[in-house]
Design a protein around this ligand. Structure first.
Ligand SMILES: Cc1ncc(COP(=O)(O)O)c(C=O)c1O
Length: 381
């Protein structure tokens, strides 16, 4: 990675997440939680919560270490001088451009700051005390949090043997379903659910797309909701009328127009992923084969000790899901980051038990629907 604002470990800055935590209890009660929250909440309170130490390998939050593509960077630089203006029409232009590219009319598409926001609003729109939220287990957690806010029953169904969503089980488990959440490739497994299965499961679909991953724009915040106009309008009604940062929109528009960025980045990601899997195979480690920028690694040990032992070696890996207590999610970073990951992981696995490592453990934690919230955050309320 080149320059990285997440790496700069002064003591004062390491406290910033906990300071930020002042707002977290309120967010837990009624707000949106996203990937950075889940990634940070999974880390021991004593470990950095950003910025990270210098030269840290940060493969815990499914980010793209490549950042925005070069045309997007140029567009950001170009629009910066005009950033004193709202230029709200640009947000609409983004929806229109994407719709045009997909052969849709503009009412089918709405732009948001990321995909987490429309996910949250979709759950609030279509679930309630009498309409449950149905998701895969393991699956991305944010929708479960939103379902708690809407008072909905959360129904979790295991993945199939090929780690797809088990659509028959999902249907069978929830005759009262208000929303079926299908994440494909799935976070955290990076595995696909066949298109035909999704068609079997649902008629009305809202597709959420993000610029955070392949386009490397997680910090810029841009995403899209696509669907029948009445569904999209319902979801968008939660955010009212607001425009996105012009820098994010400019980067997104140019990224969409770049004919090579998606294929090139898929190629890079696949190459690093394959090399990592080859190394894991060679060394006898188990993992679930993935087609995305993350995969589940079976450490055969309680994951917390592995996560902490890796962090002590300046390699930050991502979290575990209660249903699979020995698996930990690894984000596919750059080639050099994955080489550092390999060296650190090998070393950790050579120790009899990573429990012997001198990493301070989290003092206290509470369990909220499968993910852990540092008490330190709650105490700041
Ligand atoms: C499945 C899924 N949905 C939503 C998000 C939220 O990301 P963003 O709001 O940056 O689009 C993530 C982040 O990792 C994710 O994995």
């Amino acid at each position: 990675m080149e320059s990285d604002s997440r790496c700069n470990g002064s003591a004062a800055s390491r406290r910033s997440f906990l300071q930020l935590g002042v707002g977290v209890p309120a967010a837990l009660a009624s707000g949106i939680l996203g990937e950075p929250f889940f990634a940070a909440a999974a880390r021991a309170a004593s470990l950095p919560h950003g910025p990270f130490p210098k030269d840290a390998v940060i493969i815990d939050a499914n980010e793209n270490p490549l950042g925005p593509c070069s045309v997007a960077r140029e567009a950001i630089a170009e629009i910066t001088g005009d950033s004193g203006r709202y230029s709200y029409w640009l947000t609409e232009d983004l929806g229109k451009r994407f719709a045009e590219q997909q052969g849709l009319t503009p009412e089918y598409v709405r732009a948001f700051p990321g995909s987490g926001e429309p996910l949250h609003f979709s759950v609030l729109s279509f679930t309630s005390a009498s309409r449950s939220y149905v998701t895969a287990d393991p699956g991305y957690e944010a929708g479960m949090h939103a379902a708690k806010i809407s008072g909905a029953r959360v129904v979790k169904t295991p993945l199939t043997a090929s780690h797809a969503h088990d659509v028959k089980a999902m249907l069978g488990a929830a005759p009262d379903a208000g929303l079926f959440y299908v994440c494909t490739p799935n976070n955290p497994t990076g595995t696909l659910t066949p298109h035909a299965d999704i068609e079997y499961l649902v008629k009305d679909v809202i597709v959420l797309r993000t610029f955070s991953k392949i386009y490397g724009m997680a910090g810029l915040r841009c995403g899209l909701a696509i669907g029948r106009p009445d569904l999209v309008a319902k979801v968008a009604s939660f955010s009212g009328w607001n425009s996105l940062p012009v820098t994010a929109v400019a980067a997104a528009l140019t990224s969409l127009d770049d004919a090579t960025v998606v294929s090139e980045r898929k190629r890079i990601n696949a190459a690093v992923r394959s090399e990592t899997f080859a190394w894991l195979d060679k060394n006898g480690y188990s993992y679930i084969p993935s087609v995305s920028n993350c995969f589940m690694l079976d450490t055969k040990r309680p994951t917390k000790e592995i996560i902490d032992a890796m962090a002590a070696r300046n390699v930050f890996i991502g979290r575990a899901w209660p249903v699979w207590p020995t698996h930990v999610r690894i984000t596919v970073g750059t080639k050099s980051e994955m080489e550092k990951f390999q060296a650190a992981f090998h070393e950790v696995m050579q120790t009899k038990s990573a429990r012997t490592m001198s990493v301070p453990t989290r003092s206290v934690a509470t369990n909220l629907d499968g993910w852990r919230v540092p008490i330190a955050l709650s105490e700041n309320s």
